[in-house]
Ligand binder design. Sequence first.
Ligand code: ATP
Ligand code: MG
Length: 538
Amino acid sequence: MLPDIRDYEGLYARFSWAVPEHYNIGVDICDRWAAIDAGRPAVIEVTPEGQTRVLDYAGLRDASNRLANALRKRGIRPGDRVAVLLPQGHAVPIAHVAIYKLGAIALPLADVFGIDALRYRLGDSGARALITHAGGLAKFADAEDDFEHPDVILSIDGPDAGAEGFHEASAAESAEFTPVDTLADDPALMIYTSGTTGNPKGALHAHRVLPGHLPGVSLPHEFMPRPGDRFWTPADWAWAGGLLNVLLPGLHFGVPVIARRFAKFDPEAAFRLMADHGVRNAFIPPTALRLLRSVDNPRGRYDLALRTLASGGEALGAETFAWGRETLGLSINEFYGQTECNLIVASCAAIGVSKPGMIGRPVPGHRVAVIADDGRICAPDEPGQIAVARPDPVMFLSYWNRPEATQAKFIGDWMTTGDQGVMDADGYIRFVGRDDDVITSSGYRIGPTEIEDCLLRHPAVSLAAVVGKPDPVRTEIVKAFIVPRDGIHPDAALADDIRDFVRNRLSAHEYPREIAFRDSLPLTTTGKVIRRILRDEA
Ligand code: ATP
Ligand code: MG
């Protein structure tokens, strides 16, 4: 997708989209490879005991065709929403490919969702079918009766409580299926936003969303695919980051994707997995990277084969970037985007697009700017809102059933992100904070990201989140919630020391006047800090 030109300006200037009019994600990521390299490994599942099970492209084609036939027989038609509630494993790509080839709409749901989160998304989307496992069914079993189930439920763990067996239903069908001839602009996928700021909204995407992601994945992974590449993310494949930045592009590029169920992110287990299974390309969100930072001497203790390491979804920050260089010998490349239009800004150290503390530059193919409220493009270093111009292949079609919200997302042809940022004279973008997270104190507008990054530099700090607390004199004061490193017992003296640490490094108006120590921070299922909850507690 991306020619191997080693200068950013050349790449950006010469880039043009080549999205065909007729395009189907399922055909692209599965049938195309099955026809030319049937035995190529697509997904390598690692069991909790450390055994591997390989799904090759011929297996993926046959299993997805059988499932597509089974879904069609049960009444699923193009445009119907089919929910996928599964942990990482073979069944996820089989389900997605089947849904795309049917012309239906995949609705990924995170496996850690509780019943209320599931009820909301299944109800809002009007899902007609659900593909899940015993763990998913157990959540519904506990729900009250007012819950309207999708008509069709298939469980990969066999028939149970109102669900048919996924394998049993598939086994009864033919392995031949003629994919629906979809247009690149036809809906394929609906992903709910993380709900960091309010109720999650269903962002409906067309088949073109995958080709739209490919340059953005290839660049931070330093021109993926390269021979020997092997892809892994601890993120749930239901999240835009896990699905569209790892699983689907991995399958498109023919790069094997490692699948492993983790109940909870465990830094030692993550290093062990990467070492034991020769992971060469990892996509690890910032909070998980900060947990990896607590592991001593990983390169001495684990035989790592990493070629590229990327991160995104929340601010990476200069401190975590520096840790990557020093401890892993790798430049962590950042991704920036949102469910509605993902991966539009990125860094790629291999071509020199990398500045500590900055998210990067617009990915070739995307027109990204920092704009003022009236849509005017800001001057270099002038703060404003990060925005991306339409048309753009990764841009969503609409929010599901929310025409007003869809319209409100745009200023003219600019899709607004609700994120404050600054573009410097070299075209690098700095992330300041979400609109709602920006703190107003004594007349200053303060982004939490810079303060959190500074707090992480303090030797006693493992995780940090900063919010504004209402204050009669200053409008708001900066309040920090801090998770100390293992073995540290926080007290008032430590809080004073941390306050001084920030005051000396940033400025007198940015240091946290209040500090609260916590054992953990409230996180979304995608591992992002929910500052909204901390604000309520402040
Ligand atoms: P909701 O829209 O429901 O409140 P959300 O915005 O967290 O939830 P996502 O679409 O998953 O849901 O997240 C996109 C947001 O994540 C971006 O708008 C931005 O605020 C943040 N983000 C993504 N990448 C980065 C990054 N590299 N640096 C800083 N923030 C990032
Ligand atoms: Mg959002």
